[in-house]
Write a protein that binds this ligand. Structure first.
Ligand code: ARG
Length: 509
C-alpha cells in the first residue's frame, strides 16, 4: 500500500531539513475529519526554530511542492499543516492490497527473525478461573495475534500456578477427607472446599500446619504419593480450564508453569551467589534492592524453600536460553507491578543477553472488583468465567427465541454461542486496559450499541450482500468514482489504517 504518512514526511523534510523519521513520528491523524487526512503539528518545531507554530506552518506550506505527489491539498490551520490525500489513490491502493493479500490484509513482515514470548492466563490450579483471569487471557491472546500478524516468531505460554506451599495443604486435606469429595465431577469447586477446610484447621492446629509443610517438602523431593496427588490436581484442573479455553478459542504453545521450574531454581541461586549479591538476612537469602528503591527480593526462605519470584527468575533464564527471545511479555494484573520490577532488576544478574534483558516487559491491566468489594476464593464471592459465558449464551438464546423461529435448534445454539462469547470478548478488549472495573452483569452482557454482537451483525450483513452479488468483480472493473461518498471514504480510510493501528497497538500496548 502507498504509505501516505511517509510521503508527507518526505515532502516536509525537503523543506525543513529535519530527519524524516522524526517528522514522520509527529504526523497525526486529526480527530476532526473535516481537518484533512493527516496533520503536522508545527509546535513540535517551534522551540528549535524559535518561531511561532503558525509562522512555521505558513513557511512550510509555501515552500513545499506537492506536484506529482498523492497529496491534493495543503491547508494551514493554526499551528497545524493539514494534508488531504487523493481519495482516488487511497481507494485504489486499499482495494489492490485487499485483492492481493486476502485474509492476510494488514499483516506484514516487520518482526521477521524476531521472537516474542507472550505469557498470559497463568491461573492457579485447584482454584477457580474467575473474571480476573479472563482479562489476561483475552488481552494476552490479542497481543499474540497482533505480533503474529507482524511476522514475529510468537510463542504463547501459560505459566500455570501449579506449585507452592498451598499444595502441601491440599495434599493434607485430600489425605484426610478426599473420600467425601467428588473431585472428578466438579474438581475445582471440590478442591477449593478441601482447601478452605484444611486452611481453617491449620489456623487452629500448628501440628497440622507442620504436616502440610512436610507434604510440600515431600512433593519437592519427589515422594510418590504426593507427586501422584499433585499430578491429579493439575490434571483435573486443566481439564476444567480447557473447557473455558476451548469456548474462547484460546491456545498455548507451552504450559510450563511454576512446577516446571522447581528443579531449575538451584542454578539461579548458584548464579546469584557467584555475583556476591546474594546476602543472608534473618536466615533467608535475598537480593538487596534498596538502591533501586524497592524492598529486597527474597530468593530463598529461611527454611530453604524457594518462592514464586525464584521460579520466575528460573523461567527468565530458561526462556532466554531456549528461545533467545527479543521480547518476553507478561500479561498480569497491576497488583504484581512490584514483583515484576523486582525480578526484572534481579534478572540483570543472571548473565542473559542484553537483548533479552531489555525485552522483558510487564503489561499490566486493571482489576475487576465486585460492587461489594474484592473477590475472594475464601469468601466464595467469585464470578467464574464459565458462569459468565453460560449466562451470556443463555441471554442470547432468549433473544433468538423471541425473534427468530426459522432456525433449527442446532443453529440457534450455535449462533447463541458465537454471539454470546463474542459479546464478552469484545466488551473486555474494548475497555481501558489499566482501569479497574466494577463487575456488572448488565454492562458485561449489554448487546446494543458498540458491541461484539453489533460487529458480528455487520459482518453477516456484509457477507449476505456479497452472496447476493454472486461474483466479485475484477479489480480493474471497479468504478472508483462510485466509492467516493463520505461513508465509503470513511470505511476506506479505516481499512487503510488497519495495519498501522495494529502496529500502534503493539507499540503502546
Ligand atoms: N499464577 C499467578 C496468579 O494467578 C500469575 C502468574 C503470572 N506470571 C508470572 N510469570 N509470574 O496470580
Amino acid at each position: 500500500m502507498i504509505d501516505f504518512k511517509n510521503e508527507i514526511a518526505k515532502i516536509i523534510t525537503a523543506s525543513v531539513n529535519i530527519n524524516i523519521d522524526e517528522i514522520e513520528s509527529y504526523i497525526e491523524i486529526p480527530k476532526d475529519k473535516e481537518m484533512g487526512d493527516y496533520a503536522f503539528p508545527c509546535f513540535k518545531l517551534a522551540k528549535n526554530l524559535k518561531k511561532a507554530p503558525q509562522v512555521i506552518a505558513e513557511e512550510i506550506k509555501n515552500s513545499i511542492d506537492i506536484q506529482n505527489t498523492n497529496i491534493e491539498q495543503v491547508i494551514v490551520s493554526g499551528g497545524y499543516i493539514n494534508f488531504i490525500v487523493s481519495k482516488e489513490v487511497m481507494i485504489k491502493t486499499v482495494l489492490e492490497e485487499i485483492n492481493e493479500k486476502g485474509d492476510k490484509f494488514g499483516h506484514n513482515e516487520k518482526g521477521k527473525g524476531k521472537t516474542v514470548i507472550v505469557e498470559y492466563s497463568s491461573p492457579n490450579i485447584a482454584k477457580p478461573f474467575h473474571i480476573g483471569h479472563l482479562r489476561t487471557t483475552l488481552i494476552g491472546r490479542a497481543l499474540y495475534n497482533m505480533y503474529k500478524a507482524q511476522g514475529y516468531n510468537t510463542i504463547s505460554i501459560n505459566h500455570l500456578g501449579d506449585y507452592g506451599t498451598q499444595f502441601g495443604k491440599l495434599i493434607e486435606g485430600y489425605k484426610r477427607w478426599g473420600q467425601e469429595y467428588n473431585i472428578y465431577e466438579n474438581p475445582i469447586e471440590e478442591l477449593t472446599k478441601i482447601y478452605i477446610r484444611i486452611n481453617n484447621l491449620c489456623k487452629e492446629d500448628e501440628n497440622v500446619l507442620n504436616m502440610c509443610r512436610e507434604n510440600f517438602k515431600k512433593l519437592e523431593q519427589g515422594e510418590k504419593y504426593c507427586v501422584e496427588l499433585w499430578k491429579k490436581f493439575r490434571e483435573v484442573s486443566l481439564k476444567e480450564f480447557y473447557r473455558i479455553y476451548d469456548l474462547l478459542g484460546i491456545k498455548f504453545d507451552s504450559l510450563n508453569g511454576e512446577a516446571f521450574y522447581s528443579d531449575k531454581t538451584d542454578e539461579v541461586i548458584s548464579i546469584l551467589d557467584k555475583t556476591g549479591k546474594l546476602i543472608e538476612s534473618d536466615g533467608a537469602k535475598i537480593i538487596d534492592l534498596e538502591e533501586q528503591n524497592m524492598p529486597p527480593c527474597i530468593i530463598c526462605k529461611s527454611n530453604g524453600s524457594t518462592i514464586y519470584a525464584t521460579r520466575d527468575l528460573a523461567a527468565i533464564l530458561y526462556r532466554a536460553r531456549t528461545y533467545d527471545f527479543d521480547k518476553c511479555i507478561y500479561v498480569v494484573a497491576y497488583e504484581q507491578n512490584l514483583h515484576f520490577k523486582q525480578i526484572f532488576e534481579v534478572a540483570k544478574l543472571l548473565g542473559i543477553s542484553q537483548k533479552s534483558l531489555q525485552g522483558l516487559e510487564h503489561v499490566a491491566y486493571g482489576m475487576v472488583h465486585l460492587k461489594e468489594g474484592k473477590m475472594s476464593t475464601r469468601e466464595g464471592n467469585i464470578i467464574k468465567v464459565e458462569d459468565l459465558l453460560k449466562e451470556s449464551i443463555a441471554r442470547v438464546e432468549k433473544v433468538i427465541e423471541e425473534k427468530d423461529n426459522e432456525l433449527t435448534e442446532e443453529e440457534k445454539q450455535d449462533t447463541a454461542k458465537k454471539v454470546g462469547i463474542g459479546a464478552i470478548i469484545f466488551n473486555d478488549l474494548s475497555g481501558n486496559r489499566i482501569k479497574d472495573e466494577i463487575f456488572d452483569w448488565d454492562v458485561m452482557l449489554n448487546f446494543s450499541g458498540e458491541t461484539g454482537p453489533y460487529v458480528q451483525y455487520t459482518y453477516v450483513r456484509a457477507k449476505s450482500v456479497l452472496n447476493k452479488v454472486l461474483y466479485t468483480p475484477e479489480l480493474e472493473k471497479v468504478n472508483i468514482n462510485n466509492l467516493q461518498k463520505k461513508e465509503e471514504i470513511e470505511i476506506i480510510k479505516l481499512l487503510y489504517s488497519y495495519e498501522s493501528t495494529i502496529n500502534q497497538a503493539i507499540r503502546k500496548k
